[in-house]
Design a protein around this ligand. Sequence first.
Ligand SMILES: [Mn+2]
Length: 309
Amino acid sequence: MRQKNAFARNFGYANTPSFSGLPTFFAQPYSNNLKNIDLAVSGIPFDCATSNRPGTRFGPRGIREASLLQIHEPPYGWDVDPFGDCKIIDYGDLLIDYANVRGFPQKLEDHVSGILKQNVTSLILGGDHYITYPILKAHAEKFGSLSLLQFDAHSDTWKANDPSDIDHGTMLYHAINDGIIDPTHSVQVGIRTTNKDPMGMNIIDAFEVHEKGPINVAKQIKDAVGNKATYLTFDIDSLDPAYAPGTGTPVWCGLTPMQVSLILRNIIGINVVGMDVVEVSPPFDNAGITSLAGAHVAVELICLWMSGK
Ligand SMILES: [Mn+2]
């Protein structure tokens, strides 16, 4: 039995208002000590790989602040209570040298490897979607070839020549060629942009989600990823711009939060080994709804990860 996380249960009551204090993720302790920790949440405020409009460097801060709006009771509709039963810390942000973009990928890979080596699971708050590439490398080093479960409007597998390119639209092309993602056991959900070469990835586009419904889609996902070590990356632009306008490259006809929530709650049992939520761009947000969506997705991913343990 895990030690109860007493800190979490003091959050949101009259003596510890959610609107005061330092805005850590879900009011979890801010710590750089990974000893006996189950999950480290860290921010990667990097948006130099953005093809359209930037701003996701403010994503981790936006998600942290929005996370404090969530009720402090166990997340609704799940059979787990991560903030009561897991030891979760806010591991802070990776310090990025904005003047040394070329040095960033290795720095990020080392950051994630440092978490995984302590047998702690990593949840990353982005940042643009490029960051998933070094994160995947760190996970593949530990777990071998990975299944990728990707929620996204874009495939991010557009062909590119140079693996050292720092680009949020080609990193999965390189990751598949590297062999760190096994495309036959990977699924992209919510796609609605054209890429003639899917590179063998299983694609459930946004139209298919609307037509078939989330329960059927969940079954397809479970069949595809099986028991393989699965990395889950959630690009907030998988949601329709109505729910997530604050993102670099919005595309209409996206998923609804309810569809996402139902999909995630019906793939319990898959072997999630790492997670990220990316592309939240507060400067383009309205009323904080994209940050709010990012914070809710992050909590849902934590519940899914915990449910599969
Ligand atoms: Mn993406």
